[in-house]
Ligand binder design. Structure first.
Ligand code: DUC
Ligand code: ZN
Ligand code: ZN
Ligand code: ZN
Length: 484
């Protein structure tokens, strides 16, 4: 059966034009005027865009003594409700666990996905097995991205020697390094000091992770990646210090990307000073929300192109889970949700305000990351042959965000009460209508794994210089005798 999306305006990362889109067997088979199909979806007044890709989620993740509360079913249902048609989740090995064993756990969880998905692999410890497994993961599992935590000391954090070893291995095999860039040693010390001084509330979380810890780690990761020759993707870039490091790296010809989150773009640090403990704790995530100057920096990066992708770091905990941290802010599970709200919030605060063009919106929500992850144009494109992961976007549709109507399984929403204008009329996942005017028609298990090969990205801007200065001993005459 064929489906035709009629009378809309196709909006891609490059251009906007009037056309119908024909979908057969889950892929786009024709784009043109006056197309016919068995089933018609009316896109009058709407923009027909590539479905969103959220490259940063933590679904049902064991973390800080509990599990994040959205799983692959509720998480991908939330994604589709908001126009996102693919998520990329992080598979996390336990200490000493092999990468392939961790992936097995993620394979099992993800069978419930309502939309397509892929994985990044986390490198949470270093040893011979990880060295070997990276190759197997890249060559046999269709995963080319590897995340390293520079924070969460004593748990997920890896040190600089481990970073360098892993980055070199990835450079050799064509992988991309990713970092959670915060200086974990400094965070640990600041946290202990704050607690000792009686700062136990959620606001201390923000004090314990100032922009400098992120700026320092971002710079360090960029320099280590440069020495290893590996491309670097910096997740959840939240502040000017980190953005500045990425800007400079790009200006110097390094292949480095930055990923602000919708939360950091639209919510600020005042949330942590709210009178209500629950309100503040529900917004505890790392990095924390920042002030307005940092927000401006992130928005500027998106339209100037120094920041490439808007994600969510969707890692949802219930209020009861957040309360593990009453009396000790370091025990509040870190994480906020955003999968359902990323696209409407970015449209409302980006496109409707004039900060982003519609084409830039498509670039930062879908196309850029599809290219970086090497699944373009299967994903991230409205092109013949691409998967029919499509959002038919109604720019006039409005709603007030509320936990009462959300798909996420938690009991609150960090965007509660925010008005959005611009929402999906239809969301299609490989041609199936999963959302129609707010009505959810998702199908558990419909989602398929998206394999991604290495794509030849390198980070070798200084390679000619490196050859000239390759270390070699200078042959000298007249060496003075030693010990005289
Ligand atoms: N930050 C969070 O807030 N949650 C999950 C992991 C992370 O880095
Ligand atoms: Zn992180
Ligand atoms: Zn994360
Ligand atoms: Zn309708």
């Amino acid at each position: 059966m064929s489906t035709v999306i009629k009378n809309g305006t196709v909006v891609t990362a490059d251009l906007s034009y009037k056309a119908d889109v024909l979908v057969e067997d889950g892929v786009i088979t024709e784009i043109g005027m006056d197309l016919k199909g068995d089933k018609v979806l009316d896109a009058t007044g709407c923009f027909v865009m590539p479905g969103g890709i959220d490259p940063h989620t933590h679904l049902e993740m064991p973390f800080m003594g509990t599990y994040s509360s959205d799983d692959f079913e509720s998480g991908t249902r939330a994604a589709l409700a908001g126009g996102t048609t693919m998520v990329v989740d992080f598979a996390l090995p336990n200490p000493g666990e092999g990468l392939l064993d961790a992936l097995k756990r993620w394979d099992n969880k993800s069978t419930r996905a309502n939309c397509d998905y892929s994985f990044h692999m986390a490198v949470t410890w270093w040893g011979e097995q990880v060295f070997d497994d990276i190759k197997t993961v890249i060559e046999t599992r269709g995963i080319n991205t590897f995340k390293h935590f520079m924070a969460y000391k004593g748990a997920l954090m890896v040190n600089d020697d481990e970073l360098f070893a892993s980055f070199k291995r990835l450079a050799e095999l064509g992988g991309i390094a990713m970092v959670h860039a915060e200086n974990g040693d400094v965070v640990a010390e600041l946290s202990a000091k704050l607690l000792a001084e009686g700062n136990t509330g959620p606001e201390a979380h923000a004090y314990s992770r100032p922009p400098q810890v992120e700026g320092e780690a971002t710079n360090r990761a960029i320099m280590i990646a440069d020495m290893a020759g590996v491309p670097l993707y910096v997740v959840h870039t939240s502040c000017e210090e980190a953005h500045e490091a990425i800007r400079r790296a790009k200006m110097n010809g390094k292949r480095v990307w930055g990923e602000p989150l919708i939360q950091h773009l639209t919510l600020d640090e005042s949330e942590y000073f709210h009178q209500d403990w629950d309100h503040a704790a529900r917004r505890v995530m790392s990095p924390p929300f920042r002030n307005k100057q940092h927000q401006d920096s992130l928005w500027n990066g998106l339209h100037s192109g120094t920041l490439s992708v808007v994600a969510t770091d969707h890692c949802a905990f219930t209020t009861d889970q957040k309360r593990f941290g009453v009396g000790d802010f370091t025990k509040i599970p870190n994480g906020t949700g955003g999968l359902e709200d990323r696209m409407p919030m970015l449209w409302t605060h980006g496109v409707n305000t004039g900060r982003l063009t519609m084409n830039e919106f498509v670039a930062v929500t879908s196309t850029n990351i599809a290219k970086i992850l090497n699944c373009y144009p299967k994903k991230g494109a409205i092109l013949v042959g691409a998967d029919a992961d499509i959002v038919v976007w109604d720019p006039e549709k409005t709603k007030t965000i509320s936990a009462d109507t959300q798909q996420s399984s938690i009991d609150y929403n960090v965007f509660e009460g925010k008005e959005v204008k611009g929402l999906p009329r239809f969301t299609l996942t490989r041609g199936q209508v999963a959302v129609h005017d707010g009505e959810i028609r998702t199908q558990e298990g419909h989602g398929e794994f998206v394999a991604r090969e290495p794509n030849g990205h390198v980070n070798k801007a200084l390679s000619t210089w490196k050859e000239l200065t390759a270390p070699r001993p200078v042959e000298r005459t007249g060496i003075p005798a030693t010990g005289v």
